[in-house]
Design a protein around this ligand. Structure first.
Ligand code: ACO
Length: 316
């Protein structure tokens, strides 16, 4: 569906204050800063406090995005929170965020889980709903408290993940920041590669090496297809905001797309993989650092458990 009149009106982010460095982790599991940096690019991650819930982080990011957009909570009529770590199975985190922000009762609020592609799935859903004309202003939030589903004794996964939240406000375009297009995909045949199995050990489990290879291919496919659809060469993309899983995955993607790494927003060195929060967190940082200029075209690209993947193009 084509909705050329819907734009990103503002962005916001929230990261817990507590920093957990690789050196600190190396005191509790058998690893080293050198191994983690070389294999992943991650140096530290944020860890939410006991009472710092996904909904609180999501609301903080949402509040910042509303302020950035100059939109009042009363104007919001749709909230979608992408998360795989909701506070509770029900009610939806989005309803808790609605209450925290004082968004009126006529708003539709729900959560969506597409793991690390969750933010793009939520963005596409909101874009379509706003494009239908039945909603006007949406808060699209990616928020995760992954520290609660990480096995802190498993060195092959615990070094990768962190907590945080990022948000965007979508609404009628004011002439800039239009969403040009989006593509979503899923390959359920690979569902067994990454997940949180039910049972006494309900933690993230994954086959890292297999995911690595598939992730690069999926992100390249998603990027190429959307560029082709819009008749754009990869070199016309000023800035790529990729899912922040592993620097080597981003480097491979840059190489396959024939783009210099400098065009990619990378903040995983400071946050690790924050799943659905990673793209909006990186986007907010990029905007505030002046890396997104009027007229630029930005590519978002993600992959995650499912396996899900997707891409989006925004013209600022
Ligand atoms: N410190 C030290 N050694 C380690 C650590 C660690 N933290 N973790 C694993 N090792 C060891 C392994 O035991 C193995 O030892 P062995 O050779 O004696 O068996 C060795 O290091 C190499 O392990 P590999 O798994 O082959 O290492 P690899 O280079 O593939 O890197 C990694 C592992 C970082 C997990 C990589 O495969 C990766 O990033 N994969 C993608 C994972 C990913 O992005 N997941 C997120 C998905 S997004 C979502 O939806 C949540």
């Amino acid at each position: 569906m084509d909705s050329p009149d819907i734009a990103i009106l503002g962005t916001g982010a929230h990261a817990p204050a507590k920093i957990l460095t690789n050196h600190e982790l190396a005191r509790t599991v058998e690893t080293t800063d050198e191994w983690i940096v070389t294999r992943t690019g991650i140096r530290e991650r944020r860890i939410a406090g006991k009472n710092e819930t996904t909904s609180l982080m999501a609301a903080a990011a949402g509040r910042a995005a509303l302020a950035d957009a100059g939109i009042e909570a009363a104007q919001v009529d749709l909230i979608i929170v992408a998360t795989l770590t909701p506070d509770v199975p029900m009610p939806a985190t989005a309803c808790l965020v609605q209450h925290l922000l004082g968004v009126p009762a006529r708003a539709a609020c729900f959560d969506l889980n597409a793991a690390c592609s969750g933010f793009l799935y939520a963005l596409d859903t909101a874009w379509a709903l706003l494009g239908s004309g039945r909603y006007r202003h949406a808060l699209v939030i990616g928020a995760e408290k992954l520290s609660t589903i990480v096995d802190w004794t498993d060195r092959s996964t615990c070094v990768l993940f962190g907590d945080g939240a990022g948000a965007v406000v979508l609404g009628p375009a004011r002439g800039t920041a239009k969403i040009l297009g989006m593509r979503l995909y899923a390959e359920g045949a690979h569902a067994g590669l990454l997940g949180v199995p039910r049972g006494p050990r309900s933690y993230i489990q994954m086959k890292g090496r297999e995911i690595f290879k598939i992730a690069v291919r999926e992100m390249e496919d998603a990027a190429r297809e959307i560029l082709e659809q819009h008749g754009l060469a990869a070199t016309s993309i000023a800035c790529v905001v990729p899912h922040q899983a592993n620097l080597r995955i981003i480097e491979s993607l840059a190489q396959y797309l024939g783009l210099p790494l400098e065009r990619f927003v990378v903040n995983l060195d400071r946050y690790g993989n924050t799943s659905a929060a990673s793209i909006p967190l990186a986007l907010d940082e990029a905007r505030r650092a002046g890396r997104v200029r009027p007229g630029d075209t930005t590519l978002f690209v993600a992959f995650g458990a499912g396996l899900t993947y997707g891409s989006a193009l925004v013209r600022w």
